[in-house]
Design a protein around this ligand. Structure first.
Ligand SMILES: C[S@@+](CC[C@H](N)C(=O)[O-])C[C@H]1O[C@@H](n2cnc3c(N)ncnc32)[C@H](O)[C@@H]1O
Length: 159
């Protein structure tokens, strides 16, 4: 399987980078994994609703340009469907069974994802009703994808 994680903005924090590098390395024994960073749209702290939509749309265009046409797209969205780790593992297993070899996970920027990106998504995945910083979300996602592969292989992994 080819997994890509498309995210907005550069990862700055060293502690997150170390964690992501570790899980990416572990995951590479099970799947091809690529993290694609698209530039975030520079904007002042205070924005009108219209300006926020503009920022999300600009970032959204950059995200959409990086999605392969034949990829199954899973957008991370607070209002999406919550799944257990086992259910995420089952989703990835089913995609592989049905020949969907490319899976793209999308993480939005600080303002979230544009409507066009959400429309392109085949699934919307929520990690809870809480809001996580997008850079931390990367680390949580890569660990859960690694866990999913371990579950699908029936390999032990601390609970
Ligand atoms: C800081 S959050 C954006 C918050 C924005 N107000 C929103 O409602 O989307 C940045 C990105 O991290 C991801 N994210 C944050 N919390 C999440 C959660 N609980 N479940 C799934 N994705 C989440 C989403 O992709 C989101 O676009």
């Amino acid at each position: 399987m080819n997994i890509s994680i498309i995210t907005v903005g550069k990862l700055k924090e060293k502690y997150l980078k170390q964690g992501i590098d570790e899980y990416t390395k572990r995951l590479s024994s099970y799947s091809k994994i690529e993290i694609i960073e698209v530039p975030d749209e520079k904007a002042p702290e205070i924005l009108s609703n219209a300006e926020m939509e503009q920022v999300k749309n600009k970032e959204g265009e950059r995200i959409l340009a990086k999605i392969s046409q034949d990829a199954h797209v899973i957008a991370l969205a607070i209002e999406g469907k919550q799944k257990s780790s086992e259910e995420l593992a089952e989703t990835l297993d089913k995609l592989a069974t049905y020949g969907k070899s490319k899976v793209a996970f999308i993480i939005g920027g600080s303002l979230g994802l544009s409507n066009d990106v959400l429309k392109r998504a085949d699934d919307k995945l929520s990690f809870s009703k809480m809001t996580f910083p997008h850079q931390l979300m990367r680390l949580v996602l890569v660990e859960q994808v690694y866990r999913a592969f371990r579950i699908n292989r029936g390999e032990p992994y601390h609970k």
